[in-house]
Ligand binder design. Structure first.
Ligand code: ACO
Length: 431
């Protein structure tokens, strides 16, 4: 039986269809609401608003489930790689060996940046944030690949996806070198995706960086876990920009800016800052938890809580184990990890966090892994962005391929002045 929803406004009843997703999630289709009733819905922060129909990722926040194209994240983390997952997200299926080989070859072939593009880096101050550089450089990259503006053909989309996934890694590494004042290290075609990134980040002209397989695996895993998360702030940004008809590069550049925010991808940096503050003696774990609970204090326990997960974030669970494994393998110890474990234990036993279903999210442990590998804090969100690229591309594609798609344009409830007249400057009061 088809479901419907009835809404009564001022005594008049309206009926709306209910759309049911493949996991039995219901959404009331209110596209005719304003036409029929003159009303709109109000949902600041969109917590109850479905902005689209999508087949890319599924999250059950109550149960702590995340699947990419139907495959549980735990299964992918165990058996797959970032590049395979990128293919899965963008094209909907895991690649065959031949498809994977072709995609990998395209990634290798596209790792270099145009030499002129390289010069753009010189326009940034040495202490510019790598996320600012990343966003600007991705937009600039679009100027060098105008041939990719018509992405109707599968081949063109594949080339564009490979180009952006490959070059963003080079841009990220170059932006890091910029902050150090070191020469750029060119991509090495014999290296795979993550090893090549680490090479461009950490090699210097007189010494080549050889990444340990465990380090490569940890970064690969991290990229995979960040690859998509349905309609989060940055992905929604990409979709909104795409809905206006903007090209792939500009849409993704906007997504990078959204991701930078400390309530979103920037939280991985904020977690480390919080742990460092505790370690440096600014406060202890208990004080930190108390501060997070204090409603008169804007401080929040960073790396905790999530709009969708009301259970342990499955990515955080995987990363916590990966962190443990990596630290053992590297024989690495970090007092910040001990503090994080103490904070987690304390928060999970606290009524405030229990009542609000606040658990560690993906950012709680990712920074500790990156620190152990030697990645500086200001690059954390950049790594997140590299990981999120396949998801952004998949969503961009879903938007442009939706022939019924409309430009994203929310409405508002206006609470400002009613109509009034212009006052000449000599008649205005000095307030
Ligand atoms: N510390 C303390 N209290 C918190 C936290 C936190 N980290 N997160 C939520 N709360 C409280 C809120 O104050 C609110 O309390 P109230 O009901 O008494 O008013 C309640 O829990 C519900 O929180 P909301 O603000 O409604 O949650 P929302 O969905 O708007 O925000 C967010 C989610 C932004 C992730 C929030 O939990 C937060 O700020 N966390 C810290 C930052 C962080 O880790 N961000 C990364 C998110 S994951 C990602 O983007 C990759």
């Amino acid at each position: 039986m088809t479901k419907e929803a009835r809404l009564i406004i001022d005594g008049k009843e309206y009926t709306f269809p209910v759309i049911t997703g493949s996991e039995n999630e219901d959404g009331i289709d209110i596209t005719q609401l304003r036409n029929q009733s003159g009303c709109i819905t109000l949902d600041p922060g969109f917590a109850n608003t479905g902005s689209c129909i999508s087949s890319i990722a599924f999250i059950d926040g109550e149960k702590g489930v995340l699947r990419y194209r139907g495959i549980p994240i735990e299964d992918l983390a165990q058996n797959s790689t970032f590049i395979e997952v990128a293919y899965l997200l963008i094209w909907g299926e895991l690649p065959s060996s031949k498809q994977l080989a072709r995609f990998s070859e395209l990634l290798t072939d596209n790792a270099m940046l145009h030499e002129n593009l390289k010069n753009h880096f010189e326009g940034f101050p040495w202490n510019a944030h790598p996320m600012a550089m990343l966003s600007a450089m991705i937009n600039a990259l679009g100027c060098y690949h105008k041939e990719l503006s018509d992405l109707d053909a599968h081949e063109a989309m594949e080339a564009a996806a490979a180009r952006i996934i490959s070059k963003v890694r080079t841009i990220a590494a170059f932006s890091y070198k910029m902050t150090l004042g070191e020469p750029f290290i060119y991509p090495a075609p014999e290296l795979r995706y993550v090893s090549n990134f680490l090479h461009m980040m950490f090699s210097v002209p007189h010494k080549k960086y050889e990444a340990m397989p465990e380090v490569v695996r940890a970064i690969d895993l991290m990229l995979m876990l960040h690859a998509d998360h349905e309609q989060n702030c940055s992905t929604s940004t990409v979709r909104i920009v795409a809905s206006a008809g903007a090209n792939l590069f500009s849409s993704i550049s906007a997504g990078v800016c959204a991701l930078w925010g400390r309530q979103h991808g920037g939280a991985n940096m904020a977690v480390i800052k919080m742990l460092e503050d505790i370690y440096d003696g600014g406060m202890d774990a208990k004080q930190c938890v108390e501060m997070a609970k204090d409603k008169n204090n804007p401080f929040r326990l960073m790396g905790f809580g999530h709009r969708v997960y009301k259970n342990y974030d499955p990515r955080a669970r995987i990363l916590k184990m990966a962190c443990d494994k990596l630290f053992t393998k590297l024989k690495h110890s970090d007092p910040l990890l001990d503090i994080a474990l103490e904070l987690e234990e304390m928060a999970l036993q606290d009524d405030y966090f229990q009542e609000r279903n606040l658990y560690p999210n993906v950012d709680f442990y990712s920074g500790l892994i990156m620190r152990a590998i030697g990645i500086p804090t200001n690059m954390f969100t950049v790594i997140f962005a590299i990981g999120r690229l396949p998801g952004w591309i998949a969503h961009w594609r879903e938007v442009v391929e939706d022939k019924k798609g409309r430009i994203a344009r929310p409405r508002q409830i206006y609470t400002g002045y009613n109509e009034r007249h212009y006052i000449p400057i000599d008649k205005r009061e000095d307030k």
